[in-house]
Design a protein around this ligand. Sequence first.
Ligand code: SF4
Length: 346
Amino acid sequence: MIPLSTASLKTESWQQQLADGYCSIRELLSDLELSAHFSPAMEKAAGAFPFRLPRYFAALMKKGDPHDPLLLQVLPVAAELQHTPGFTTDPLQDEAAYEGHGILHKYQGRVLLIATGTCAVNCRYCFRRHFPYAGHQALKNEWRPTLARLRKDTSIREVILSGGDPLVLSNDRLKKLIDALADIPHIRRLRIHTRLPVVLPVRLDSGLIEILGNTSLASSLVIHANHPRELTAVLAQALTPLRHAGVTLLNQSVLLRHINDDLRTQVTLSEALYELGVLPYYLHQLDPVQGAAHFAVDDHSALMLHRNMERQLPGYLLPRLVREIPGAPSKQTLPGSQNRKNFIAG
Ligand code: SF4
């Protein structure tokens, strides 16, 4: 039995729910009636990248199913301890793109701001699972050096708040930061990359909606849903006021072996996103981060899947199949995903 009742999930603040999340693998497996599946290697894997999970998201998992696609995304497993050639601790060379004061500058006209190193959930496939957040984020109560740097570079049109998950910050802190960004004349757009709406929809509270609805920056929220079962009525309800406030809603997902690498799941995901007012934006090939090789889908299978999605979905519901390549000027569309001649459909 999941200890938090649906009623308490409705009444507790998002901060309380964040603090009350699972950090014990044994407890989660016991609540999911999967205690027999526990192994000490799971705790070893969590030693390298901690286990953390909101109870709301755990409540969406099927009890007694060790292959539940939501569980597989968050449960530490022995496979994470294996070293796979080509899988590294800094697969996107974030270190090289780090400019200081929380700023990662990879692409022309936009910068990524590491607003915090904390997430509500630790996704086991995360490309930043080894990122040295200490010393690589904007200082906790001091945005000034970060803002000074952004003010100086007039080529920057868009700031992307990332992390960690920027929505773990309080509304007060977010408002101060967003207001300060809006005061910089050349910055016109704000984008927030966050998994919190999916794993804890209550985070989309009225204060946040007011902040994003009132800023002069054109704002988009990029949520991160990988599976249609993550798209609940609770999430739909939480997203509606954001849409009404004029915030553009997009989704990016990661293609994950045995989780969402089949046609039915991907088509259902895109269609269900649209019903929530969210456009599928990117479908990422996994970044080769150490500890996540067991999630990888080979390029041929990814292309085949994407081609078959293209047959079943209107163009506006087909996410771009992309890979990030360190040093490239933008995300790279997988060769062949837009060129049918190069592709042999299966
Ligand atoms: S929420 Fe995003 S940044 Fe945090 S662990 Fe998951 S994928 Fe990584």
